[in-house]
Design a protein around this ligand. Structure first.
Ligand code: ATP
Length: 333
């Protein structure tokens, strides 16, 4: 993908400096200890893993790498420890072509995750945030030149919420398109929701976001009256500018507002059929691809269609970042 700016970007009043990346991801980076197991251990049970590998991960790092591998002009803002996992995480971002001027190595352990992968391709994850907890408002303010005025900003919730609250409204006010991936599940402040375009959640996160607003537990997305389309509309009603609800092998549902601000009709985009090998990081591949497509000027529907293609490619291969495609892998140009 070239560096030509989209029509909407050209119309913006803010001029981007030549040194400024077009897509900026503010988020987490973790070293993932991935264990292949026959089943998840029950309380008190010890099981054997036939295979163990350490891989770069964390939603922010994954999304930055996914976007960069697709040819996006991407910077990552975050923190790793001044330790061996931190060196590995930095090296992998650099190798993918991500700008790491906003990545700090600090006196804290790097974020780490233990991921159990079962033969059905599903995963269970335990995360220790470590250095990710130090991605502070002070840090993002220090590197504001990187993200203020970017074309697309991507955030998730594995860093302090106050940092998300700092960058999202400011970026939006400067004309940046903001993708808010509300993962892991958390209640979002109104100012963050109002700038989310789209808000991206999976089914669990959707239920949590809606339950947080009403104070009432909800039935699962599939069981809710009206199914995923109705859930997407409920999410939009929280105040987001647009919503993408991902449904695993069920694909995704998107809904946008019309020019008058009224909710449009939810649209279902089916998943690409693939034999699931490892779903770890599929959602991050999806978000990274969404960022690249929206940055290139695509509409939300076209961006979601491409994101489902990219995520399916990732589901068909082991690991998170290692499973992400380049444009050549997808036979697109
Ligand atoms: P994860 O936490 O596993 O990274 P997630 O829970 O954030 O993912 P999902 O809704 O499970 O998000 O998946 C995101 C997208 O990945 C889906 O919208 C779909 O396009 C694709 N995807 C996930 N699982 C499959 C699958 N089994 N087959 C094809 N596509 C899939």
């Amino acid at each position: 993908m070239g560096r030509k700016r989209s029509t909407s970007a050209q119309n913006r009043p803010i001029r981007r400096r030549a040194s400024q990346p077009r897509i900026v991801v503010v988020g987490s980076a973790n070293a993932d200890l991935v264990l292949a197991v026959a089943h998840r251990p029950a309380a008190g049970e010890t099981i054997v893993s036939a295979d163990v590998v350490v891989m770069p991960g964390g939603k922010g790092g994954n999304q930055a790498v996914a976007a960069a591998k697709l040819g996006g002009d991407v910077a990552f803002i975050g923190c790793v420890g001044a330790d061996a996992p931190g060196a590995m995480l930095r090296e992998r971002l650099v190798a993918a072509g991500v700008d790491v001027r906003g990545l700090r190595s600090i006196a804290a352990p790097s974020g780490q995750a233990v991921i159990l992968v079962t033969p059905d391709g599903e995963n269970s994850i335990i995360v220790s945030p470590g250095a990710n907890a130090q991605v502070s408002t002070a840090l993002v303010a220090e590197v504001a030149d990187l993200w203020l005025g970017a074309d697309v900003l991507v955030v998730q919730l594995e860093i302090p919420l106050e940092t998300v609250e700092h960058v999202v409204p400011r970026a939006h006010a400067r004309g940046t398109r903001v993708i808010v991936n509300a993962a892991p599940a958390a209640a979002l402040p109104a100012a963050v929701l109002a700038a989310s375009d789209p808000l991206v959640v999976n089914e669990t996160e959707a239920e949590a976001a809606l339950a947080a607003r009403t104070g009432q537990p909800r039935p699962g997305v599939a069981a809710a009256d009206g199914g995923p389309g109705a859930t997407a509309l409920d999410l939009l009603a929280l105040g987001a500018r647009s919503v993408v609800l991902t449904l695993g092998a069920g694909g995704a549902v998107l809904v946008e507002r019309g020019a008058d601000g009224a909710a449009g009709t939810p649209l279902h985009v089916p998943a690409h059929p693939v034999a699931a090998v490892d779903t770890t990081g599929a959602g991050d591949a999806f978000v990274g691809a969404l960022a690249v497509e929206l940055c290139a000027g695509s509409g939300l529907e076209a961006a979601v269609r491409r994101a489902t293609q990219v995520a399916a490619f990732a589901v068909g291969r082991r690991g998170a970042q290692a499973s992400y495609p380049t444009r050549a892998d997808l036979v697109i140009n």
